[in-house]
Ligand binder design. Structure first.
Ligand code: XLS
Ligand code: NI
Ligand code: NI
Length: 440
């Protein structure tokens, strides 16, 4: 395996051609320099490609193995293959003109016989990245450690009953956090892959929560020690792999953070498919994180409406995407975060073009959704309707109720004295749905 250009053949970097273009190898909406609400489109969206789904996953499912047969996964020295994989990855980054990528340690380099050897392998490929990034525009959005694939993590990483597994996980995270820092990464992600349990019959739940809180504190402390200025992010997920994940959703993660005293130190990376598996909408999770002051980044994808697992599909729904992006804009947009396509092509999508078009289509969808969301913001009718609904809270008595100027007894007395008799008002949901539809 050599010459990464061969994998994508003669495909040239994609350019913006506009909505009328019929060229599948061009962007119809993603016009990176276009100014939207005072910011370049590229800076709003901050797209990233996920190394694991695109270059490491071989196309298996629970009933069948590998379908993709990627040349960099077969034959030859494992480190040489890892280098070849990096060539293909950077080639895709360049063809798509994305500003960021993300990886787990195990995506980029083979596991060795010891943690030391594994870390050395990861370091060697990180050095390849550093070299490539000298001439390529792509930057690292986030790095993360895979604390779930190896059988040693079957009962969790930080929450494992075996303290040696906790220690091993710490060794892995320390290494990837430092590499992320050296590579100029903007965030470090902790997805609690197996931080949860299957049955209380063998689980000390409180002890596991304590272990998790301690682990997070160790990570944050090390971040400061090495001077990493990026954001530490936790990625909530309600189930799969474990039945009861401790990081169920944004609200649950916030509780964990408060319990560990880290609510000002750690933010969340919200994944669309994880939100829907938790019984929420994606925009709900974003709005919740923003309200709690922990919105960080997103993993963009979508689930399958009929199945109850994490199908990690590329997004195709304009309305869902626009509503989510509207919440991101309302939250002030991304700072260190971005939009990582934690999405995989279907296992029958064998061709190099399938991988490329999955990303370009999703980028176009998000760009188009950004324009719709921007229209919603600029027009302001949606926000005005919400402001009007809460306008009563601007009055002096209402404000007093929210401050410590009034007690429960004062409030009760006023209801009697003024003979308050609140009259219900319409929530106008359908009217607002029609309004939103008018922006598409
Ligand atoms: C799995 C997660 C994972 C994280 C990174 O469901 O989405 O891919 O994003 O560990
Ligand atoms: Ni994810
Ligand atoms: Ni997922």
């Amino acid at each position: 395996m050599n010459a990464p250009a061969r994998f994508f053949g003669e495909i040239q970097p994609l350019r913006y051609e506009g909505p009328e273009s019929r060229n599948l190898y061009a962007y119809r909406w993603y016009d990176k320099d276009r100014m939207v609400l005072g910011k370049r489109m590229e800076d709003h969206l901050r797209f990233a490609i996920a190394y694991w789904h695109s270059f490491t996953w071989p196309g298996g499912d629970p009933f069948g193995g590998e379908t993709f047969l990627r040349p960099w996964m077969h034959g030859g020295d494992e480190m040489a293959l890892a280098r070849a994989k990096a060539d293909v990855a950077f080639d895709l980054f360049r063809i798509l003109d994305v500003p960021f990528f993300c990886f787990h340690d195990r995506d980029i380099a083979p596991e060795g016989k010891s943690l030391k050897e594994s870390n050395a392998n990861v370091r060697a490929i990180a050095d390849v990245f550093t070299k490539k990034m000298e001439t390529e525009k792509v930057r690292l959005l986030w790095g993360t450690a895979n604390l779930f694939s190896n059988r040693r993590f079957m009962a969790g990483a930080a929450t494992n009953p075996d303290p040696d597994v906790f220690a091993y996980a710490a060794g892995q995270v320390k290494h990837v956090l430092e590499l992320t820092h050296e590579l100029g990464g903007q965030n470090y992600v902790l997805w609690g892959g197996r931080e949860g349990y299957e049955t209380l019959l063998n689980t000390d739940l409180k002890r596991e929560l304590d272990q998790m809180g301690r682990f997070l504190n160790l990570v944050v402390e090390h971040k400061h020690r090495i001077g990493f200025k990026g954001t530490i992010l936790i990625e909530p997920k309600p189930q799969e792999p474990t039945k009861h994940q401790y990081d169920f959703d944004v609200g649950t993660v916030y509780g964990l953070l408060c319990r560990a005293g880290l609510q000002d130190e750690v933010k969340v990376n919200i994944e669309a498919n994880h939100a829907t598996l938790a019984g929420h909408s994606f925009e709900h999770e974003i709005a919740m994180a923003a309200a709690l002051g922990i919105f960080g980044s997103i993993d963009m994808n979508k689930g399958d409406a009929q199945s109850g697992w994490d199908t990690d599909q590329f997004p195709t729904n304009i309305e869902d995407t626009a509503l989510a992006i509207y919440e991101i804009i309302k939250a002030g947009g991304f700072t260190t975060g971005g939009m990582n396509f934690d999405a995989k092509i279907r296992r029958q999508s064998l061709d190099p073009e399938d991988l490329l078009l999955a990303h370009s289509g999703a980028m176009d969808l998000c760009a188009r959704a950004l324009l719709v969301a921007a229209k919603m913001v600029e027009d302001g009718a949606r926000q005005r309707a919400v402001d009007e609904r809460y306008a009563g809270w601007n009055g002096p008595e209402a404000r007093a109720m929210l401050s410590d100027e009034s007690s429960l007894a004062d409030i009760a007395a006023r209801v009697e004295a003024e003979g308050l008799d609140p009259q219900p008002r319409s929530g106008r949901q359908e009217r607002l749905e029609n309004l939103v539809a008018s922006y598409f």
